[in-house]
Design a protein around this ligand. Structure first.
Ligand SMILES: [Zn+2]
Length: 481
């Protein structure tokens, strides 16, 4: 059992008669927090350099179906309060590769930097939403803002948190909204709830470092589930080199490339009875065989896509089968719709178990058909093949041998109107697998893009591999350092 509050909080609470405590106004609550987080040191504090290593618990995008896995994350957050500048560096894991994010916010704007290509892009971000919400993770960041803007505390109530007395207050400053804090009687920020994100940040094990207070432990909870757990949180310094907030002079603006994410439903006929249907970043392949359809690609909105195709073809043939490519929740988003349309699911046994667990009501066993390695369906029109790649263990791709078309989810796609995608490990893995199988593909259709890549585009993407990061100076988080 984790003790939510320090003993000091309990002792302080005991000082009030009848074990109740006095109400408090925003000025006094701000003072309590300021004193607790370092007093004059916090008031004088203008810059911070924080590092936060944590494990993200992932079930929805895991490698093995139905199994939670831990992904390493490492972030540095550098702040200048007076000038409202931030620099954020983040390293995560995706498809068994490390990836990096680097964002800056200064008086000229907000930027995303690519430290490999030495290019930057302008992004629409402010103090409150830069770098996917990393600032939410830092209790001392909030203590400083509460100290700076006492009048932005509102709706203060006495409220216990994990059976310990304290206060709850709303806070809106520096562009943030929908925030609610739980603050212990001693002045520790013990939780932050963010309405818009449906997340709660639970701070614990507050310690003094460099004369400033800081929670060494953080749990992030969403929907009652622990989403991530801190491993090591450090207050590295209270002084930051000014240049970290500036765009390096050697960096150039990245070329703007037009994006293709149509907001209207698109229906492309790829071959006789073969249709690529969808909009934005959700597409399915529907294949007409005899008196019914096979569906592949299960992103949410599957029902709308299928109905649009039926309307276009003036057909009332049903969706008899739905192929499940893999267990990632975004690609299972349309499975309830497929179930409601009466489809029988075909996929790997493990992925079908995940589908079954997500449907609103149990389907008879006859509505699930599992297979191993490969299976020819739709009168030989579709060849379903399972192969393990860096994205997922039981990935099923759909080949149309006669039409030389491949449909896959998450193995390749391009949201850009021209050029080719930068190849990652999964592209290489697919290229090798196709070569080993002796399969020739002319067109690569994807679950995430309207764009169908040609064989030339797919193969030339392999020459544009993502390079590993040469760790910039002053970065603490690079694995190579
Ligand atoms: Zn996926």
């Amino acid at each position: 059992m984790i003790h939510r509050f320090l003993l000091a909080a309990a002792l302080l609470a005991a000082n009030f008669s009848n074990s109740s405590y006095a109400s408090i106004d925003s000025e006094a609550l701000s003072e309590l927090v300021t004193k607790r987080y370092g007093g004059d040191k916090l008031v004088q504090l203008n810059q911070l350099w924080l590092r936060d290593r944590y494990i993200r618990i992932d079930k929805e995008q895991s490698f093995y179906p139905g199994i939670e896995e831990a992904k390493n994350n490492d972030a540095e957050l550098l702040i200048d309060f007076q000038q409202q500048k931030m620099a954020l560096r983040y390293q995560g894991e995706h498809d068994q590769q490390a990836f990096y994010q680097h964002q800056l916010l200064n008086e000229k704007g907000a930027y995303s930097l690519d430290d490999n290509t030495k290019e930057f892009s302008v992004i629409k971000r402010g103090f409150s939403n830069i770098a996917g919400g990393l600032p939410y993770r830092m209790d001392i960041f909030w203590a400083k803002l509460i100290s700076l803007y006492p009048d932005k505390l509102s709706n203060i109530q006495e409220q216990s948190y994990y059976a310990k007395d304290g206060y709850q207050a709303n806070f809106a400053a520096a562009g943030f909204s929908g925030l609610s804090f739980n603050i212990s009687l001693a002045g520790d920020i013990v939780s932050l709830t963010v309405d818009g994100r449906k997340q709660q940040f639970q701070f614990d094990h507050h310690q003094i470092t460099h004369g400033l207070r800081f929670a060494e432990q953080l749990l992030v909870v969403a929907g009652g589930n622990i989403r991530n757990v801190s491993v090591k949180r450090e207050l590295l310094a209270a002084k930051v080199p000014d240049e970290v907030f500036e765009l390096p002079t050697s960096y150039k603006a990245a070329k703007a490339v037009a994006q293709v994410m149509p907001q209207e439903m698109q229906i492309q006929k790829l071959a006789e009875g073969v249709y690529h249907v969808g909009k934005s970043v959700g597409f399915s392949l529907f294949v007409e065989v005899g008196d019914s359809f096979y569906g592949v690609g299960g992103y949410q909105g599957l029902g709308e896509r299928f109905k649009a195709l039926q309307a276009k073809l003036k057909s009332d043939k049903p969706l008899a089968y739905q192929i499940v490519s893999h267990h990632h929740y975004d690609h299972l988003g349309g499975m309830q719709e497929a179930a409601d349309l009466g489809a029988t699911f075909i996929g790997s046994a493990k992925a079908l178990e995940v589908v079954d667990s997500l449907l609103s009501s149990k389907l008879p066993k006859s509505r699930y058909q599992s297979f191993v390695e490969q299976k020819s369906v739709a009168e030989g029109k579709l060849l379903l093949a399972e192969f393990e790649n860096p994205h997922v263990a039981n990935h099923i791709v759909t080949l149309l041998p006669k039409d030389k078309i491949l449909f896959a989810e998450d193995l390749y796609f391009s949201l850009e109107a021209s050029g080719v995608p930068e190849a990652e490990a999964r592209h290489f893995s697919l290229a090798t697998w196709l070569k080993d199988k002796g399969v020739i593909i002319d067109r690569f259709a994807a679950g995430h893009s309207v764009r169908i890549l040609s064989a030339e585009e797919f193969s030339s993407s392999l020459s544009q591999a993502k390079k590993s990061l040469t760790c910039p100076d002053l970065w603490k988080i690079c694995r190579s350092n």
